[in-house]
Design a protein around this ligand. Structure first.
Ligand code: ADP
Length: 332
C-alpha cells in the first residue's frame, strides 16, 4: 500500500457489470450504451459514441472508453453532470474545459471535443489505455532510472509548452499523468490549472484553491509571501514525481498533511539506502531532484532541466523498450 492516492484505482470492468452509483451523488448515472453528440457547425448529423469499458472515476467525473460509431477510433469519454452540487467543482470543470481545449502537444492528453447530452457534459479525450504513472508504480513498486529518464524528458517538454502558453498546471502528480498505447506520457486533468495573467494577484487564488494531494504541493503555495515564481510550482511537483517513481513513495510522505507540509518546507527527505531498494538511483538523479526541490526562485526552468547530466549519464531507452510489464515487482 503506497498511500499515494486517496481513491483506489478502479479496474476496468465490462459495461454490463457496472452497478448503479446511487450513493455517489456527484457522479452521473451509468452510461447509456451509446451517447449522441448533437449536431454542430462542423458535424451536421451529430455523432454517436458507443461506450465501452470503465476507465476510472475521479473526484467528479467518470471516464469510459468509447468508439465513434462508423469508425475504429477509440476515445476516452469523460462524463460530468452539467449541474454540479458544489460551485467549486463547477469552477474546476470550467477551468478544465477552457484551458485543456487550447492545449496541443504530443505529451498532453489531446482534447477532441466537448458537448452536452442528457444533462451531462461529455469530454472526448485522447484514450490513454495504459493507465497513469500511479497505476504503473503500484503495479511495479518502482520505475527504473532509464524509464524515468525517458518520461522526464517528455514531461519537461509538456511543462515547457504549458508555461510558454502562460499556463501553470498546479496539480501535477502521478495520478494525473497518463500513458498512451505506445507508453508515452500524457499530462491530463487541467482542473486546477491557471492562466497566468500579468499583474494579477494570485495570492488569493493560491489560498482559495488549495486542494489536491498534499504530497505534491510546493511550500510557497502555503506561505503568505507574495512571489513572482508561480510557474515553479510545476517544477517542484516534477521533482516529487521523479522521486516517487524511483522509490515508490513521495519524499515527504507522512501520516498527516501538516507533517508533510513541515517536511516539505524544511526539505527533509532521504533517498533509500542502496541495500534497501533494488532500484539503482544515480548521483545525477539525486542532484536533479534536489535542484527541483529548491526555493521557487532557484528551481531550474524546463530548458535548464533538459541540459542536466541526468539525461546523458545513463541509458535512454527507445519507446518500444518501455513496456507495461518491463519489470514486474516481486510481491510483498
Ligand atoms: P477528475 O477530474 O474527476 O479527477 P480524472 O480526469 O482524473 O477525473 O479521470 C478519472 C479517471 O478516469 C482517471 O483516474 C483515469 O483512470 C481515467 N481517465 C481519465 N482520462 C483518461 C484518458 N484520457 N484515458 C484513459 N483513462 C482516463
Amino acid at each position: 500500500n503506497l498511500h499515494l492516492r486517496k481513491q483506489p484505482v478502479t479496474k476496468p470492468k465490462a459495461t454490463a457489470t457496472i452497478k448503479p452509483m446511487s450513493k455517489e451523488k456527484d457522479h452521473p448515472p451509468p452510461p447509456p450504451q451509446a451517447v449522441l453528440e448533437p449536431a454542430s457547425s462542423d458535424r451536421i448529423d451529430g455523432a454517436i459514441y458507443r461506450t465501452g469499458k470503465l476507465l476510472g472515476r475521479g473526484g467528479f467525473a467518470i471516464c469510459y472508453e468509447a468508439r465513434l460509431a462508423g469508425t475504429k477510433q477509440l476515445y476516452a469519454l469523460k462524463i460530468v453532470k452539467s449541474q454540479m452540487p458544489q460551485k467549486k467543482m463547477e469552477q474546476k470543470f470550467q477551468t478544465e474545459l477552457q484551458i485543456h481545449s487550447k492545449m496541443n502537444h504530443p505529451n498532453v492528453v489531446r482534447f477532441h471535443r466537448a458537448f452536452s447530452y442528457n444533462q451531462c457534459t461529455f469530454l472526448v479525450l485522447e484514450l490513454c489505455p495504459n493507465g497513469s504513472l500511479m497505476d504503473m508504480v503500484k503495479k511495479r513498486k518502482f520505475i527504473t532510472e532509464p524509464e524515468v529518464r525517458f518520461w522526464t524528458v517528455q514531461m519537461t517538454g509538456a511543462i515547457k509548452y504549458m508555461h510558454d502558453k502562460g499556463i501553470i498546471h498546479r496539480d501535477l502528480k502521478m495520478g494525473n499523468i497518463f500513458l498512451d498505447k505506445d507508453m508515452n506520457v500524457k499530462i491530463g486533468d487541467f482542473g486546477l490549472a491557471a492562466l497566468l495573467m500579468s499583474g494579477k494577484d494570485w495570492t488569493n487564488v493560491r489560498r482559495t484553491t488549495l486542494c489536491g494531494t498534499p504530497n505534491y504541493i510546493a511550500p510557497e503555495i502555503l506561505s503568505k509571501d507574495k512571489q513572482g515564481h508561480d510557474h515553479a510550482v510545476d517544477i517542484w511537483s516534477l521533482g516529487i514525481i521523479i522521486f516517487a517513481m524511483l522509490t515508490g513513495k513521495p519524499p515527504f510522505q507522512s501520516t498527516t498533511a501538516d507533517e508533510i507540509y513541515r517536511r516539505a518546507r524544511e526539505r527533509e527527505y532521504d533517498w533509500p539506502e542502496l541495500d534497501k531498494t533494488e532500484n539503482f538511483i544515480s548521483a545525477e538523479t539525486k542532484d536533479l531532484v534536489s535542484l527541483m526541490l529548491q526555493p521557487a526562485e532557484d528551481r531550474p526552468d524546463p530548458d535548464t532541466i533538459v541540459q542536466h547530466p541526468f539525461f546523458t549519464c545513463g541509458y535512454m531507452p527507445l519507446s518500444e523498450e518501455i513496456l507495461p510489464e518491463f519489470r514486474e515487482a516481486t510481491p510483498t
